[in-house]
Design a protein around this ligand. Structure first.
Ligand code: SAH
Ligand code: DHB
Ligand code: MG
Length: 224
């Protein structure tokens, strides 16, 4: 880690210690995911708290997540929708889903969260085909290459006033570099930005962030 990165991480530590109530269920979810060999790429606690606040700010009762990993962000989203709300989360890897289910059960969300196993594109097709009740907030955090497709599906699964959040749209700043041209994830992110911009139903912005996960950023879009 560079000196700058260490400072970003220290500031995150301080912000989290000062403001964010990461309780045992969340800490344990992180620890068990790591112990099970899952990559430590979950949102930070302050980002998780932000997701939870976004859900509450839109009065969200139904949330859709793509990319469950060990269920860390899922717990934050489930806290946002409250005890009568619902989170549907899509995950490709059976092992991730299994770890997530245990973490969600321990956090008390065994009944509020549904993990759908399989490629998110197929699961989304299934949700659309089933005429699923629209979601109030969608969090895109699975494989970045397919984000354009996921965004189109998200538009079919939301209503005016819903919010769509895309994680990791900056990822080290490669977006604006020449070397980014050869990176699939960077190119798909640029395509995603054009798609969002050209979509009349979306009003969006994106914000760069620094912190414990380095230099990154998220996109926030309002559906109308
Ligand atoms: N939202 C999580 C982190 C997700 S990491 C958190 O912040 O806690 C990205 C996840 O997307 C990984 O678990 C990975 O297995 C999953 N994933 C990758 N490709 C996928 C696909 N095609 N469909 C569904 N999930 C996928
Ligand atoms: C990485 C980070 C993420 O937040 C994510 O969803 C996927 C991958 C990463 O740093 O590789
Ligand atoms: Mg992410």
């Amino acid at each position: 880690m560079s000196e700058a990165e260490q400072r970003w991480a220290s500031v995150d530590d301080l912000l989290i210690r000062s403001l964010v109530d990461e309780d045992d269920a969340l800490r344990q979810a992180r620890a068990d995911s790591k112990a099970a060999g899952l990559p430590s790429i979950e949102v930070t606690a302050n980002q998780g708290a932000l997701l939870s606040l976004f859900v509450r700010m839109v009065g969200g009762r139904r949330v859709l997540e793509l990319g469950t990993l060990g269920g860390y962000s899922t717990i934050w989203l489930a806290r946002g929708v409250g005890p009568t709300g619902r989170v549907v989360t899509l995950e490709l890897e059976p092992k991730h889903a299994q770890v997530a289910q245990a973490n969600l059960n321990r956090a008390g969300f065994g009944d509020n969260v549904e993990i759908i196993l399989g490629p998110a594109a197929d699961s989304l097709d299934g949700l659309v085909a089933a005429g699923t009740e629209p979601f109030d907030l969608v969090f895109l955090d699975a494989d970045k290459q397919n984000n354009a497709r996921y965004l189109r599906a998200a538009l079919d699964l939301t209503h005016p006033g819903s919010v769509i959040i895309v994680d990791n749209v900056v990822r080290g700043g490669a977006l604006a570099t020449v070397e980014g041209d050869s990176d699939d994830r960077v190119r798909s992110t640029r395509d995603l930005l054009s798609l969002v911009h050209d979509e009349p139903r979306l009003t969006a912005t994106a914000i760069q962030t620094v912190g414990a996960k380095g230099w990154d950023g998220f996109l926030l879009a309002l559906v109308s």
